[in-house]
Design a protein around this ligand. Structure first.
Ligand code: GLC
Length: 464
């Protein structure tokens, strides 16, 4: 392992720490002196989760606890029908500290100021996963059962579990409401959100105080929802050659409970690239499943998180690792790893991204490579015995990350170029690398970051 890379990554992480009234409360997204900060000088909830994991594995929980309470303080608390205010229970996408001394103030952004004005569906989920890791590592049960923390968990659940216009156990979301935070055709039921939703619901089931009467109906709702969600994703999102064959020969317009082609998927919509690309062995979870729509793109975060949290079955996890090994150049590349494959091009790019130049083919979210995802690759890879693959990815990454000063993302089919609009000194690129290298160095730490639920070593969903 490259000690110099590790030291530099730690230095970057430490320099990114934000304090509020003398306490460390989070890390800025990036501090690139050469690029306009926009909102990269704020503490993003999703970005900080990865910093939190790195600090926790290193035995430094203080900043994580302060972050968790800060987010609770900022969580939106008013029940309202005002369409310009965040819904009750929403955790901010990011926050900043302004003023100085005793005049320091905290301001959350719930998407009102973000580019394209997207509300963060994922913030509550990452807050829950950060809390779960904090409690697992420190054993701080007093913090877990604190009434304000328990109330915050219930509010996140109210916001994400109340049924609205849904017919499925998955969660319906607008485009760009998570890490992919601008238009990319990821509205509906994207796998990234379903995997986070599942992992976060498992965390909530773990964290809710069983002795608190107000929690009873939440615990019941979780026990009912989790197996349905697992069954739905394992059955309808999974794609391998056998399933592709089934879809290819689907009948159409089937009505009522006996329908095989439940979502009325047209075989003609199977994209050409997939026919030859999908290997004989191996498979992955589709990008999206909804009415008349399968999104055949592969999304790394959703797939790996589904495996890490036990949403995918053991067999599916093994098959995903086989696919990644067989399509290494496409899915890992020269600087790991690809966020989404393949890129949207031509008319698809025009229509689905709205001609977004930052998301042109093989750049940024649209087929760019994101080193932050290394922690998830390590978590799943090391658990399934793919140690060599993880080592290779990490050593490729560390060489370039040091040389290029920790870019946010890389561009190109194989991820060889520093992203055209990428920030340098991007905190979660360093944090993702650090978590991965901490896991590789001491694999027993994997248990500390075990997502899903701590039920006798098994994942939380009932076998389906
Ligand atoms: C970019 C990413 C988003 C991240 C933010 C701050 O907008 O798409 O996921 O949270 O930068 O790093």
């Amino acid at each position: 392992m490259n000690q110099e890379a590790r030291q530099r990554a730690w230095r970057l992480l430490e320099e990114s720490v934000v304090t509020y009234r003398g306490q460390p409360v989070g890390t800025v997204a990036a501090h690139d002196p050469e690029t306009e900060a926009l909102n990269y000088d704020q503490v993003f909830t999703r970005d900080f989760a990865i910093s939190a994991f790195a600090f926790l594995l290193d035995g430094r929980p203080e900043i994580v606890r302060h972050f968790l309470t800060t987010a609770v303080r900022l969580q939106s608390h008013e029940r309202q029908l005002d369409c310009f205010k965040p819904g009750e229970g929403l955790i901010p996408a990011s926050f900043k500290v302004t003023g100085d001394g005793v005049d320091e103030r905290l301001t959350g952004d719930f998407g009102e100021a973000a580019i394209a004005r997207v509300a963060p569906v994922d913030s509550g989920f990452w807050w829950l996963l950060t809390l779960q890791a904090y409690v697992r590592v420190t054993g701080d049960q007093a913090f877990r059962v604190d009434p304000s923390v328990q109330e915050a968990i219930r509010l996140v659940l109210d916001l994400s579990m109340t049924s609205r216009f849904d017919m499925f156990p998955t969660m319906l979301v607008p485009d760009g409401s998570f890490m992919i935070d601008r238009r990319m055709g990821v509205y509906g039921y994207p796998i990234d959100i379903q995997a986070q939703f599942f992992a976060a619901l498992c965390a909530a089931a773990d964290l809710l105080d069983a002795d608190e009467p107000a929690n009873a109906r939440y615990r019941e709702a979780l026990n009912e929802r989790l197996p349905h969600l697992a069954h739905h994703v394992r059955t309808y999102y999974w794609l391998d050659l056998e399933r592709l064959n089934q879809i290819y020969r689907y009948g159409m317009e089937e009505y009522g409970p006996g329908a095989v082609n439940k979502f009325n998927i047209h075989p003609d919509a199977i994209p050409d690239w997939l026919m030859d690309w999908l290997p004989e062995t191996g498979g992955y979870l589709l990008g999206n499943v909804g009415p008349g729509r399968l999104d055949y793109r592969y999304f790394a975060q959703g797939n790996l998180l589904a495996c890490a949290a036990g949403l995918a079955t053991e067999a599916q996890t093994a098959a995903l690792m086989q696919l990644i090994a067989q399509r290494y150049d496409d899915l890992i590349g020269q600087v790991p790893l690809k966020l989404c494959f393949p890129a949207l091009e031509g008319q698809d790019w025009r229509l689905l991204t709205g001609c977004d130049p930052k998301n042109r083919p093989w750049s940024y979210h649209n087929g760019g490579n994101w080193p932050v995802l290394l922690w998830l690759l390590a978590l799943v890879g090391l658990r399934t015995g793919a140690d060599e693959l993880v080592e290779r990815a990490l050593s490729d990454a560390e060489r370039r990350l040091v040389q290029d000063d920790w870019p946010e993302y890389y561009d190109g089919r194989r991820g060889r170029l520093v992203g055209q609009q990428a920030r340098r000194r991007q905190t979660w690129s360093a944090a993702g690398y650090l978590v991965a290298s901490q896991l590789l160095e001491r694999p027993e730490r994997i248990e500390l970051l075990h997502l899903g639920r701590t039920v006798e070593g098994a994942s939380c969903a009932a076998p389906v």
